[in-house]
Write a protein that binds this ligand. Structure first.
Ligand code: ADP
Ligand code: ADP
Length: 227
């Protein structure tokens, strides 16, 4: 379980995330939804400590993230940034292998993991492992981005607008694929979007943010009854 307690971020005199608290159950998917500038990305980046909170803390399975070494945190928390952040000069296999390489896995284990992930994301290893990001469609790049984030079997996956760049038809399929993969792997996910439809489609819980504050944290059914 992830416990987010009173997370706050101030830049100078501006508070961009203001005292946000909620819990994320093991194996569940929480969508953080809100308009641009609400503080969603900053909240996500405080969870993996790419942004240092001004106040508050995050517990992962009861452990304060401040006590977890940086390398272990990168291992335990996968992160898909907006636009996926694929390294343009590395092929698909090398992109997916990024974190396992940082962790010093041996070559054979890395190669097996890359093949396994390509299969999981319906990308034939023989066709795709050696391709470069610019040779892929948007939907294929998106799958490689998620595969890379899952490579070291993180217990938590953070996703920032992971479908924002996809057109409507591909987006719907990518959303359903994510749900299927999540059910299969049991990964806990926190996903950020500005799209309320996406929040209702994907979320077990929805956290609504506006102007740095958490307005609601509820299930989709509860939000429909008490909007
Ligand atoms: P969202 O993801 O909801 O669009 P962000 O978390 O990206 O929101 O940004 C929230 C607010 O914090 C915005 O007003 C943004 O300009 C501000 N902000 C984000 N990062 C910084 C920073 N490093 N320095 C100053 N202000 C920042
Ligand atoms: P480079 O040679 O380009 O510095 P490295 O192999 O040293 O690349 O990898 C560092 C890069 O890996 C960083 O730019 C960072 O963004 C990325 N990275 C580290 N941890 C993760 C992670 N958990 N998920 C996605 N990318 C990561």
């Amino acid at each position: 379980m992830i416990e987010i307690e009173h997370l706050t971020k101030r830049y100078g005199t501006t508070t961009v995330v203001d005292d946000v608290s909620f819990e994320v159950d093991e194996g569940s998917l929480t969508v953080v939804v809100g308009t641009s500038g609400a503080g969603k990305s900053t909240l996500l980046r405080m969870i993996n400590r790419l942004v240092e909170p001004s106040a508050g803390r995050v517990l992962i399975d009861g452990e304060d993230t401040r006590t977890i070494p940086e390398e272990e945190l990168r291992h335990r928390i996968g992160y898909v940034i907006q636009g996926y952040g694929l390294f343009p000069h590395r092929n698909v296999a090398a992109n997916i292998a990024t974190v396992p390489r940082l962790l010093g896995w041996d070559r054979k284990k890395i190669a097996q993991r890359v093949d396994e992930l390509l299969d999981l994301f319906q990308l034939d290893p023989a066709e795709f492992a050696q391709k470069f990001p610019h040779e892929l469609s948007g939907g294929q790049q998106q799958r490689v981005g998620v595969a890379r984030a899952l490579a070291a079997r993180p217990s938590l996956l953070l996703m920032d607008e992971p479908f924002g760049a996809l057109d409507a038809v591909i987006r719907a399929k990518a959303q359903d694929d994510l749900l299927a993969i999540q059910r299969r792997l049991g990964t806990t996910i926190v996903l950020v979007t500005h799209d309320m439809n996406e929040a209702f489609h994907l979320g077990d819980h929805i956290a609504v943010m506006d102007q740095a504050r958490l307005l609601q944290h509820a299930t989709p059914a509860e939000l429909l009854m008490h909007p």
